[in-house]
Design a protein around this ligand. Structure first.
Ligand SMILES: NC(=O)c1ccc[n+]([C@@H]2O[C@H](COP(=O)([O-])OP(=O)(O)OC[C@H]3O[C@@H](n4cnc5c(N)ncnc54)[C@H](O)[C@@H]3O)[C@@H](O)[C@H]2O)c1
Ligand SMILES: O=C1N[C@](c2ccsc2)(c2cccc(Nc3ccc(F)cc3)n2)CC(O)=C1Sc1ccccc1Cl
Length: 331
């Protein structure tokens, strides 16, 4: 008999997935930053990577496995076969094509929708109780596509939405005050990216609203130009792309933060993309970001903030443009 047979007496065949299993689809810059953040912050001890690039997949898996003893012995697996994702509590989707030169956003959305048709049904087939966390862009439309393709209830289909936008927003405001970003209570909601909605009426430090100090904060006519901060949230995304060609760390950490909130059944509240029909007078079936509490079953509740009519109007504008984009989409 082998050394192993002499060394061990098997009691049970431990093959079941851990109850913190997370699958990351797409091992590009964002997917790897997600996986590495989740592993290094001990958020999951069982991570599976899925992609179509066999060698890249195996290389990243081996490289992470070699670090297992520094990752609290977390298990890292990878496969091009979705069966490897079976039993995942959360499936994070970062797969997608990059915008080509001169490609319209609608072409990109259709291309990513085709990619999703080959991903979403397989994830749900192998993990029928999973929560989908969509990151691929345009994230709000693709979260809607994932919801349609998956047939999952709306609480279990979440887009990273304006979680990253809000994180950049808090960081920039914190820099102005020289305080910690987690001590800045500020929310960006609506459509992720260029047309997001900063809720200036709610920005507060220790419950003191900036608007109570100066009612013009965040408006076109405020002396201190606070609304420049929201413009900087957008320009900093382009700046990072210009400087390093992609973004990874902030979005990876943001997704790890959402993964942790869900797996710990925390009811933490984050701005994530959810089905917003019925909120703020929106009637269309569209996904936009609102503050949502996150638990082991996904979205537990949505916070109905009081918005100014400008803030509400911006949400409706996004909802209308998204409804049009979705109408032209073949899902
Ligand atoms: N929501 C946000 O805040 C946010 C922030 C940054 C990036 N993103 C988005 O994340 C996505 C990924 O960005 P990236 O820089 O990692 O791109 P990338 O091109 O580096 O990686 C994409 C990966 O997807 C894989 N892929 C393609 N088709 C696939 C399929 N059918 N099945 C499995 N894997 C497939 C590719 O092989 C590649 O490894 C992009 O859509 C980007 O716009 C979103
Ligand atoms: O930090 C990013 N980087 C990306 C990126 C990452 C790799 S290539 C481009 C980025 C940066 C700048 C613009 C932009 N636009 C875009 C719009 C629709 C798409 F389908 C894809 C990309 N995307 C992807 C993305 O969503 C972000 S966050 C972001 C973007 C624009 C404005 C505000 C924020 Cl908070």
């Amino acid at each position: 008999s082998t050394i192993k047979e002499k060394l061990f007496t098997s009691i049970i065949e431990s093959t079941n997935a851990g109850n913190d299993k997370v699958t990351v689809v797409g091992v590009g810059q964002v997917g790897l930053a997600c996986a590495f953040s989740i592993l290094s912050k001990k958020i999951s001890s069982d991570v599976v990577l899925i992609d179509v690039l066999k060698d890249k997949l195996k290389g990243e898996m081996l490289d992470l496995q070699h670090g297992s003893s520094f990752l609290e012995n977390a298990k890292v697996n990878a496969s091009t076969d979705f069966a490897a994702s079976a039993g995942s509590k959360i499936c994070i989707v970062t797969a997608g094509a990059r915008q080509r030169e001169g490609e319209t956003r609608l072409d990109l959305v259709q291309r990513n929708t085709e990619i999703f048709k080959g991903i979403i049904p397989k994830l749900v087939q192998h993990s029928p109780n999973t929560i989908l966390l969509i990151v691929s862009n345009p994230v709000d439309i693709l979260t809607y596509v994932a919801w349609k393709l998956s047939g999952l209830p709306k609480n279990r289909v979440i887009g990273s939405g304006t979680h990253l936008d809000s994180a950049r927003f808090r960081f920039l405001i914190a820099q102005k005050f020289n305080i910690a970003p987690t001590s800045v209570h500020s929310w960006i909601i609506g459509e992720h990216g260029d047309t997001s909605v900063p809720v200036w009426s709610g920005v507060n430090i220790a419950g003191v609203r900036l608007r109570d100090i100066d009612p013009t904060v965040g408006t076109e006519c405020d002396q201190e130009k606070w609304n420049e901060i929201h413009k900087q949230v957008i320009s900093s995304a382009y700046e990072v792309i210009k400087l390093k060609g992609y973004t990874s760390w902030a979005i990876g950490l943001a997704c790890a933060n959402l993964t942790s909130a869900i797996l710990r059944n925390s009811n933490q509240i984050h701005a994530v993309s959810t089905l917003v029909c019925g909120f703020h007078g929106i009637e269309h079936e569209v996904f936009l970001s609102l503050p949502c509490s996150l638990c082991i079953d996904g979205i537990a509740c949505v916070v109905e903030q009081s918005l100014t009519c400008e803030e509400r109007q911006m949400l409706h504008t996004s909802a209308n443009t998204m409804t049009n984009s979705i109408k032209n989409l073949k899902i």
